[in-house]
Design a protein around this ligand. Structure first.
Ligand SMILES: C=C1C[C@]23C[C@@]1(O)CC[C@H]2[C@@]12CCC[C@@](C)(C(=O)O1)[C@H]2[C@@H]3C(=O)O
Ligand SMILES: O=C(O)CCC(=O)C(=O)O
Ligand SMILES: [Fe+2]
Length: 360
């Protein structure tokens, strides 16, 4: 699998205080206490819900196009991923996160690396730490599995490899449905050779003694073309929507997978499909797990607004950029990353991208 390179993040192994064992905490430590927001859990004032789209329906392309324009997020059913595989991956994640901290730290993400065990890498942009731990897998899971289970690594590897293979097919299918809804149907419009590149992110959110003052994963957009997210049957994912105040919960729907429009699709579509701002909140009683398949282009392919979407009236809004370069930009500018690759101000006169993250 092609690799993604990223500029360094903070040296996590030299910051042992970041590796509190959240599972044993009976009180929220000050390091993890966020200022409570009135809208912390969700906006009770609207009854809109994220669309659930049946991929077997004939109108799937149009419905996906509408969801991408108006939500940036939707759930899919009839996606051909077996529930058995989804359950197996969830179990593999639970097995991993329930290991003793010392064992997980054997696979700690190095300070200049992307893959391995660690705190949310966006932590450095926030004054408080998040109530979660993560594990990122790029390509083969073998090296990490050997670090975690020297004798018994096969089971984890088999499950993860099977899941990566199935997710790659699904991500490619959903991407082409999105592109189809923009009128892009030919391969020459997207010259990717052997297909995309991906990272698999396992997220664990232990039950929290003070969930109203804690944050599972702070508001962000994904730097991807699209993300496929499976969430355990405990709710926690929230999204924002243009024209709506506050956060909207994406309730776990049996058998459904969540799709996020990412920043690179935002660029490809010349802003027609804006990436979705989302976050994860935690709860007092349940341990929540989510698995994100972060799908993007091969690392050396430059992404720019699709030529069919650009003309004199619709000039390209973003400069060409590879996924690796964009991840570097995101690591530096975080919520200002899209704005930083923007060529000209939007026609409505606002300079900021609509999804600029409100930090805090
Ligand atoms: C390919 C990637 C996208 C990601 C950074 C990474 O290098 C690997 C993990 C990804 C993730 C998952 C949780 C949220 C996120 C913002 C983060 O901090 O790590 C995303 C990154 C991203 O989409 O920018
Ligand atoms: O846990 C969730 O629901 C969200 C995870 C997420 O946003 C991510 O991994 O990028
Ligand atoms: Fe995300």
């Amino acid at each position: 699998m092609p690799s993604i390179k990223l500029s360094s993040d903070s040296n996590i192994t030299s910051n042992p205080h970041k590796f509190l064992d959240l599972y044993s905490m009976t009180e929220l430590p000050d390091t993890h206490a966020w200022t409570p927001q009135p809208d912390h859990h969700e906006c009770k004032c609207n009854d809109e819900s994220v669309p659930i789209i049946d991929l077997n329906k004939e109108n799937a392309t149009e419905v996906i196009g509408h969801a991408c324009r108006t939500w940036g997020v939707f759930q899919i059913i009839n996606h051909n991923i077996s529930q058995k595989l989804v359950d197996e991956v969830e179990l593999a994640g639970k097995r991993l996160f329930s290991l003793p901290m010392q064992q997980k730290l054997r696979a700690a993400r190095p300070h200049d690396g992307i893959s391995g065990y660690g705190v949310a890498r966006i932590s450095s942009f926030f004054p408080k730490l998040m109530w979660s731990e993560g594990f990122t897998i790029l390509g083969s899971p073998l090296q990490h599995a050997l670090q975690l289970w020297p004798q018994d690594y096969h089971k984890f590897c088999d499950t993860i490899e099977k899941y990566q293979k199935e997710m790659k097919k699904l991500a490619n299918r959903v991407m082409w449905l999105m592109l189809g809804s923009l009128g892009i149907t030919e391969l020459e419009d997207l010259n990717w050779g052997g297909g995309g590149c991906a990272a698999l992110q396992l997220n664990s959110y232990p039950a929290c003694p003070d969930p109203d003052r804690a944050m599972g994963l702070a508001a962000h957009t994904d730097s991807t073309i699209l993300t496929i997210l499976q969430q355990s049957n405990i709710s926690g994912l929230q999204v924002t929507r243009e024209g709506t105040v506050g956060w909207i919960t994406v309730p776990p729907h049996p058998g459904a997978l969540v799709i996020h429009v990412g920043d690179l699709m935002h660029i490809l579509s010349n802003g027609l499909y804006p990436s979705v701002l989302h976050r994860a909140v935690v709860n007092r009683t349940g341990h929540r797990l989510s698995v994100a398949y972060l799908y993007g282009p091969p690392s050396s392919v430059k992404i720019s607004p699709l030529t069919k979407l650009v003309d004199n009236l619709h000039p390209p809004l973003y400069r060409p950029i590879t996924w690796s370069e964009y991840l570097g930009t995101k690591a530096k500018h975080f919520d200002k990353a899209l704005t930083s690759v923007r060529l000209c101000a939007p026609r409505n006169g606002f300079v900021e991208d609509h999804n600029s993250v409100k930090v805090g």
